[in-house]
Design a protein around this ligand. Structure first.
Ligand code: AMP
Length: 226
C-alpha cells in the first residue's frame, strides 16, 4: 500500500441493476486505484469454472434471485485475501443483505478497517429495465456498451481495446431484470438506512450522464480519503 499513514478506502456502491455500479466502479479503479470487487463477476466466474459454489449459484442467478449469503461471503473473503485489495476497494453489488453488511463490518474490523463511504446511486426503476436489457460488454476488456445508449464508434469494434468479440449476460433480459429489481427493493434497499445511521452514506442522482456521475463520485471519494 502506498502511503502507510492513510488506511485503504472501502467504498460501497449501492443501487439497483442498471444504476451504473459496474461502470462507475471501473472508473474509480482508473481514477483512484481502488480495486473493483464485484460479487456478480466473481459468481459468474465460479459458474463458468463449474466450481461447487458456481453450480449452486447458477439457477438462482438465472432467476434473478439472490445467491445465499454463505456462498457469497466465502467468495468475497477469498477475493479480499488477495494482496491487491490493500490499495483500497470499491464493492460493486455487495453487500446486498443485512447479514452481508454485518459480515463485512466484522471482516473489515479484523484488518482494522471500516467502510469509508457508501454511495447510493438513485435511479428511476422504470428506466432500469430498458437500460439493462440492451447492454453488452467487450469480451476482451469488459468495456460496457448498449444497443441504444452507447454503441462503439466503429460498429463491432471495441473503442477501448479494438476487440471484436462481445458478450451479453444471461440474466440481462426484461423478465429477470424485474425479479432483480424486486430483490433489490426487498433485501438491499434497507442497507441505505443502515449506512445512513453510521454517517457514511451519500446519495447521488444516477439518472445523469456517466461523466456527471463520475464527477459526483470523485468528489465524495476524494473527500472521504482524508
Ligand atoms: P450483479 O452482477 O451484481 O448484477 O449480480 C448478478 C447476480 O449475481 C445477482 O442477480 C445475484 O443472483 C447474484 N449476486 C451478486 N452479488 C450478490 C450478493 N452480494 N448477494 C447475493 N447474490 C448476489
Amino acid at each position: 500500500m502506498a502511503g502507510a499513514q492513510t488506511k485503504p478506502a472501502v467504498v460501497i456502491l449501492l443501487g439497483p441493476p442498471g444504476a451504473g455500479k459496474g461502470t462507475q466502479a471501473r472508473i474509480l479503479e482508473e481514477d483512484f486505484g481502488l480495486v473493483q470487487l464485484s460479487t456478480g463477476d466473481l459468481l459468474r466466474a465460479a459458474v463458468a469454472a463449474g466450481t461447487p459454489a458456481g453450480q449452486a449459484a447458477r439457477a438462482v442467478m438465472e432467476s434473478g434471485g439472490l445467491v445465499s449469503d454463505d456462498i457469497v461471503l466465502a467468495i468475497l473473503k477469498d477475493r479480499m485475501a488477495q494482496p491487491d485489495t490493500a490499495r483500497g476497494i470499491t464493492l460493486d453489488g455487495f453487500p446486498r443483505t443485512a447479514v452481508q453488511a454485518e459480515a463485512l463490518d466484522a471482516l473489515l474490523a479484523e484488518a482494522g478497517l471500516k467502510v469509508t463511504s457508501a454511495i447510493s446511486l438513485e435511479v428511476d426503476d422504470a428506466a432500469m429495465v430498458d437500460r439493462v436489457a440492451g447492454r453488452y460488454t467487450c469480451a476482451g476488456c469488459g468495456e460496457g456498451y448498449h444497443d441504444r445508449f452507447k454503441q462503439p464508434a466503429v460498429a463491432g469494434t471495441c473503442d477501448k481495446c479494438g476487440g471484436t468479440a462481445f458478450k451479453r449476460r444471461a440474466d440481462d433480459n426484461a423478465e429477470t431484470v424485474r425479479a432483480r429489481l424486486d430483490a433489490y427493493h426487498a433485501q438491499t434497499a434497507p442497507l441505505i438506512a443502515y449506512y445512513e445511521g453510521r454517517g457514511v452514506l451519500d446519495r447521488v442522482d444516477a439518472m445523469g450522464s456517466i461523466a456527471q456521475i463520475r464527477q459526483a463520485l470523485s468528489a465524495i471519494v476524494a473527500g472521504a480519503a482524508v
